[in-house]
Design a protein around this ligand. Sequence first.
Ligand SMILES: [Zn+2]
Length: 353
Amino acid sequence: MIAALIREQGGPEKIEVTEAENPRLKSGEALVSLRYASVNHVDIWVRSGAFRITLPRILGADGSGVIKEVPDEADVKPGVPVVLYPLLVDRTCRFCTSGREDQCENRALLGNQTDGTYAQLISVPTYNLIELNGIDPKVASAVPVTFMTAWHGLVSRAALKPGETALIWGAAGGLGNAAVQIAKLIGATVIATASNDQKAEAAFKAGADEVIIYTKEEVPSHVMTTTRGKGADVVFDSVGSATWQQTIKSISATGRIVLPGTTAGRETKVDLRDLYSRQLTVLGVYGGTKAELQSVLEHVRARKLTPLITREYDLEEAAQAHADMEAGRIIGKAVIRIPSRYSSKSPFFSCIG
Ligand SMILES: [Zn+2]
């Protein structure tokens, strides 16, 4: 099969699109012929060296495709289109058995601790297969990591309520865009941030009530004006060092900070008085449960939630996709098309499928 993999961590140029061995099926696993993958920041962290991983590693956490082989006892059959729940979980530990498989003691993320979706084939436990039931496979590939994480953060962890105000940083990114849509679905008032007019447009399209262009205007003072001095009930901050102080200045007393990652710096100063005297809650968020992903997909099926896909790349352009994402050139999500067949006779290889 053809796959996009890394043999060492570093810049986008470390991604090689090459022939790789077909995955070997373990007991209870299905073989999926992938059609689409999507690019997430976590793929970049894996590639660049933010995580220690074993090499070589096929990248990619998000993917959709068609079941090729499946154990006889499974309740799905070959030929069925599926999207993958991206976390591998043991389903037996104290977290899994108490409804928090997102924190499974033996958690692995596709494309991080195990080979991922930038490939023609992947083997995953049958538990990780979710039938598309009418969802476009390209759309589905752009859903899991971003929408599941945003849902886990806003719905399950922060319990955002109708009528509350949510401040969403980076609303033009895949995760921020998902967060804006979910916060609106809940019935919250959404204040989003973006770096320029074009990105602000994407945030408005996702349903934001107000968009602050943070390169032109101070975010905390805008939020305080909008909320009449009260502050946002929930702040969704996936940026990190660059935004933390402004998050603290923008949040209401007793507010909840949802922290699903750090795209711009992971260290910051914390004045602990802010946390105790104003009784703030910081909610760390990583991934989500399969049930949360299924809830999201129901809304995608009903067209209440729609990932914003603005860029498509062929598998052989995976390095370019990473470079564009790192440079902030991608609004919403980028998807990678996986060729269904290939010939290895051309100078490199040519896609037929
Ligand atoms: Zn577990």
